[in-house]
Design a protein around this ligand. Structure first.
Ligand code: ZN
Length: 311
């Protein structure tokens, strides 16, 4: 069982507070994304935090320009503001793409290669998926495959026994045992790019983000990233505050992003034509009773309904 230690007031030790909205341009945004943005921007307003727009485009096979445009269109349509980050798609491509930080990622990858903290694995996705319910059983751990081969990914090597401390927005400091099934997570993908967890940790460090809002489905990812950050000497993540919001579901309990009725914001725009109708629709999806005129009303409605998360 995790242990709890309540902090006095984290606002006193985080200065300035900075959070981020971090969409991936691999599809049109849906209501689930929007609620996550609304909670992030709302918390930021409550706490006087800066908001970074950080678009995760490292998975270039899935990135499409219309999806990138859709991120800016949606944020503008809903009037959700950010204080740092790209102004539009062109600015993003010129100055903010993750590809512009490849040298920074590669420095860490090179250090990891020399540290003995990673091992090479040439198992196919299918092989890993077929064995042990998708949990990597450490097949290549002792094979000593050359890390420079171009058909391998790199996985985390150490057997993780230590505990991880997570600063939870509502609950205070939580001490967790590491999740054993995740311990050989991928650090570098077969295409040579840093995997999601490494890129995410490095980017949050690069931009000095210290308030991380994400869905509860990423709780395990948080533990893993905390462990990773500490192991590579980035101590800032352990001091960051995490707010994991429960996954937002529709009235039938289906996750919004997966639900058959979940419209992309783009299709809502086509269907409803005006913003008020879109806010009405979002409010109905959250089953709020408050009158909603803008994104901040949505946040306040959500906060009223889920006050235990904000105490
Ligand atoms: Zn393997």
């Amino acid at each position: 069982m995790p242990g709890f230690i309540k902090p006095n007031s984290f606002q006193n030790f985080l200065h300035p507070i900075k959070t981020r909205i971090a969409p991936t341009p691999s599809g049109f945004l849906h209501a689930g994304n929007i609620f996550s943005f609304v909670i992030t921007a709302g918390l930021a307003r409550d706490l006087g935090a800066k908001v970074l727009l950080r678009i995760d485009d490292l998975d270039q096979d899935r990135v499409r320009e219309p999806y990138l445009n859709n991120i800016f269109e949606t944020l503008r349509l809903l009037e959700i503001d950010w204080t740092e980050g790209p102004a539009d798609t062109d600015d993003f491509m010129a100055n903010w793409t993750q590809l512009s930080r490849l040298d920074y990622y590669n420095q860490t990858l090179e250090a990891l290669k020399n540290s003995g903290l990673v091992f090479a694995c040439n198992c196919s996705r299918k092989q890993v998926g077929e064995t042990n319910n998708g949990i990597y059983p450490g097949t290549c751990l002792n094979k000593k495959i050359d890390l420079d081969r171009d058909d391998v990914c790199w996985r985390w090597k150490p057997s993780i026994t230590e505990q991880v401390y997570l600063q939870d927005y509502a609950k205070g400091t939580i001490c967790h045992s590491f999740i054993e099934s995740q311990q050989h997570f991928v650090i570098r993908k077969k295409d040579g790019m840093p995997a999601y967890h490494l890129a995410s940790v490095l980017d949050d460090n690069y931009y000095k983000v210290n308030l991380i809002v994400r869905g509860a489905d990423l709780y395990e990812s948080t533990l893993l990233q905390l462990h990773l950050a500490k192991s590579i000497g980035l101590t800032s993540l352990e001091k960051s505050i995490f707010f994991h919001h429960p996954i937002i579901t529709d009235a039938s309990g289906q996750k919004l992003s997966k639900s058959a009725g979940a419209l992309s914001i783009r299709s809502m725009q086509v269907k409803f034509k005006d913003n008020n109708k879109i806010f009405e629709q979002l409010s109905t999806q959250l089953q709020l009773t408050r009158k909603i005129n803008n994104w901040f009303d949505l946040y306040l409605g959500y906060k009223e309904k889920n006050s235990h998360l904000f105490s």
